[in-house]
Design a protein around this ligand. Structure first.
Ligand code: AHM
Ligand code: MG
Length: 332
């Protein structure tokens, strides 16, 4: 079994872990490994900036809006710049799709093989109040020959085509969690060494759980099926846990078992979260850990995107919980 072959002892440094995995894949040329290292490096710089934000005067709003009309935080802009630089100078990325950029960034790297979708700093409105934030990334292989002009369909591949995805959680400790389709592994940043070490090997999500995470302020707009499910959770005495920072909410549920729901509502039928750099990477990770991710009708990773900033309802988490909610949505 390849999964067994890929095992690595706890405490392995991220670079070594990535290199060891690459050796296991025949024909792997190392570019994906380098790309993952580039992302890890940029995340360390952002981690430093987040930690110092209050002192450096870089928390708060930037008096600018992104393409979706949302007010950007100063750290949204700084994180976007850090990741863009890391990905562009790294040389493995031919296109970057960022939550903070209206259009795809096509790099000059004619031979580069990978397309990266990224939310550089998710939940950034939480920074001012010292609550966890995150970075979410998703990696696709280009389909055209190196050097050819990228086609729109290459930039809009369904999530099932992802070759890697992950998140960085800037929390009480900073963690990088990623998958390349052979399970999920979590690394914790050792700040004094500036290095990520394997701390959560082969992460698996409980098939069932007792945590539900949803913005209860939207309750009056929930569909009848969703209302029944939430009432069921309450009757069973499940814990309601919602940080409002996707990475932190998903990370907790991944470790403890649970369901995260961001539904569509009559005013926002596709909800709030973005398919390419929030829904798909989280779906890839959670499925790899044994969970499920749906938009209420089908698998998140089977959605064929029509535009890069597309939104999607998101129901994601422990398999039994997601299945039960989907059943109730169907019956209602
Ligand atoms: P952002 O990408 O603009 O930071 O927004 C995404 C965040 C997620 O982290 C979180 O799950 C969600 O917005 C919370 O939204 P709400 O405040 O509507 O519950
Ligand atoms: Mg976001």
């Amino acid at each position: 079994m390849i999964e067994e072959k890929l095992g690595a002892p706890v405490g392995t440094a991220l670079d070594r872990f990535i290199a060891r995995r690459q050796e296991e894949f025949p024909f792997a040329s190392g570019e994906l490994s380098q790309l993952l290292r580039d992302i890890a490096l940029a995340s360390k710089i952002i981690n430093r900036e987040i930690n110092r934000a209050g002192l450096a005067g870089i928390e708060g709003q930037a008096d600018r809006e992104n393409v979706q009309g949302e007010i950007q935080q100063k750290l949204d802009i700084a994180s976007n710049i850090r990741f863009k630089r890391a990905l562009m100078y790294g040389g493995e990325t031919c296109a970057i799709l960022s939550e903070e950029e209206a259009d795809p960034i096509i790099t000059d790297e004619a031979g580069a093989k990978y397309i990266v979708a990224i939310d550089p700093l998710d939940g950034s409105s939480n920074i001012d109040v010292n609550v966890s934030v995150g970075t979410i990334f998703s990696i696709y292989r280009r389909q055209s020959m190196a050097g050819a002009k990228l086609t729109p369909s290459e930039l809009l591949q369904p999530g099932r085509e992802q070759v890697a995805a992950g998140y960085i959680l800037y929390g009480s400790s900073t963690m990088l969690v990623y998958t390349t389709g052979y399970g999920v592994n979590g690394f914790t940043l050792e700040p004094s060494l500036g290095e990520y070490f394997l701390s959560h090997p082969d992460m698996r999500m409980e098939a069932n759980g007792s945590i539900y995470s949803i913005n209860d302020g939207l309750y009056d707009q929930f569909s009848p099926g969703l209302v029944s499910y939430i009432q069921t959770c309450r009757k069973r005495g499940y814990k309601a846990r919602y940080i409002g920072s996707l990475v932190a909410d998903i990370h907790r549920n991944l470790l403890k078992g649970g369901i995260f729901i961001y539904p569509g509502t009559p005013s926002h039928p596709n909800g709030k979260l973005r398919l390419l750099y929030e829904g798909n990477p989280m779906a890839f990770l959670i499925e790899q850990a044994g969970g499920l991710a749906s938009d209420g009708e089908g698998r998140i990773m089977d959605i064929g995107p029509s535009e890069i900033h597309q939104r999607t309802p998101l129901i994601i988490g422990s398999k039994v919980m997601v299945e039960e909610l989907l059943e109730m949505l169907k019956e209602a």
